[in-house]
Design a protein around this ligand. Structure first.
Ligand SMILES: Nc1ncnc2c1ncn2[C@@H]1O[C@H](COP(=O)(O)OP(=O)(O)O)[C@@H](O)[C@H]1O
Ligand SMILES: [Mg+2]
Length: 224
C-alpha cells in the first residue's frame, strides 16, 4: 500500500548485435515508505544503470516502474520530469552544484522553482546536521569535495521528496563524514518516511540498512 517504488521485470540492454550488453537482467524490486535499502556490488555490475532507471532518468528496454502508484514508464517526457522533480531526490557521486550560487542560494533555488516560501529553519537544520552550517555563505569553489557533497545531500533532502536515490554518496568523503552522511540518510528515511535506496561499493556503510541487496552482473540478490 505504501509502496513508493515498484520495479517489475526490468531489463536494460545497451548496444546492438555483437556489442550488445545486458546491464539489467529482469529485476523485481520494491521499496516502501520509511525503508532504507542498500545495494552493494562491484564496478560494472549495473548499480548506476539500476538507479537511473529507478528514477526515470533513462528508460528500461522492458519492464515497468511505478512511483507512488503512477506508471512512470507510460508517461510523456514532460510528465516524467515533473514527477521526478516533485517526488525524487537524486544524490550523485559528484555534487552537481551551481557554481555561481552560494550554498544557501543552492537551497533557495528549490523554494523558487516550487513556489513555496523560504524554509530557512529547515535549511539550517539540514546544514547543521551535515556539519556545514558555517559554510552557508560560501561558493562551491571554496568548499572541499566532501563539503560540496554534503551540500548536495542537503539540497536533495530539502525538496522533501518521497523517494531518495543515492549513487555512491560517500565516495568523496572521509570515513567519519561518510558515516555521518549515511546515518543522516537513515534517520531521514525512518523519521520522515522517505523511501531511500543507496548504492555503494563500501560495505562498511550498509550496517544500518533495513535490507541489503547485492548487484551481480545485472541481477539483484537479497543478502541474508
Ligand atoms: N550508456 C551506456 N552505453 C553502453 N553501455 C553502458 C552504458 N551505461 C552502462 N553501460 C554498461 O552497463 C554495465 C553496468 O554499468 P553501470 O550501471 O555503470 O555499473 P556500476 O554502476 O555497477 O559500476 C557495464 O557493462 C557498462 O559498461
Ligand atoms: Mg556506478
Amino acid at each position: 500500500m505504501n509502496d513508493i517504488l515498484v520495479m517489475n521485470q526490468i531489463e536494460k540492454k545497451f548496444g546492438k548485435g555483437h556489442t550488445e550488453v545486458t546491464a539489467l537482467k529482469g529485476i523485481d524490486f520494491t521499496v516502501k515508505a520509511g525503508e532504507f535499502i542498500s545495494i552493494i556490488g562491484p564496478s560494472g555490475s549495473g548499480k548506476s544503470t539500476f538507479l537511473t532507471i529507478a528514477g526515470g532518468l533513462q528508460n528500461p528496454t522492458s519492464g515497468e516502474i511505478l512511483i507512488n502508484q503512477t506508471n512512470f514508464t507510460r508517461l510523456s517526457e514532460k510528465q516524467r520530469s515533473k514527477l521526478r522533480f516533485k517526488e525524487i531526490g537524486f544524490i550523485l557521486q559528484s555534487a552537481n552544484l551551481i557554481p555561481f550560487l552560494k550554498v544557501k542560494e543552492q537551497f533557495y533555488l528549490v523554494d523558487k522553482v516550487t513556489g513555496r516560501k523560504k524554509e530557512e529553519a529547515y535549511m539550517e537544520e539540514l546544514l547543521e546536521s551535515l556539519d556545514i552550517l558555517k559554510l552557508k555563505d560560501k561558493y562551491p569553489r571554496d568548499l572541499s569535495g566532501g563539503e560540496r557533497q554534503r551540500v548536495a545531500i542537503g539540497r536533495a533532502l530539502f525538496n522533501q521528496p518521497s523517494l531518495i536515490l543515492a549513487d555512491e554518496p560517500t565516495a568523496s568523503l572521509d570515513t567519519d563524514h561518510a558515516y555521518e552522511v549515511v546515518k543522516l540518510l537513515v534517520k531521514e528515511a525512518h523519521e520522515k518516511q522517505k523511501a531511500t535506496v543507496m548504492v555503494t561499493h563500501d560495505s562498511r556503510m550498509v550496517q544500518w540498512s533495513d535490507r541489503i541487496y547485492r548487484m551481480e552482473d545485472g541481477r539483484l540478490l537479497e543478502e541474508k
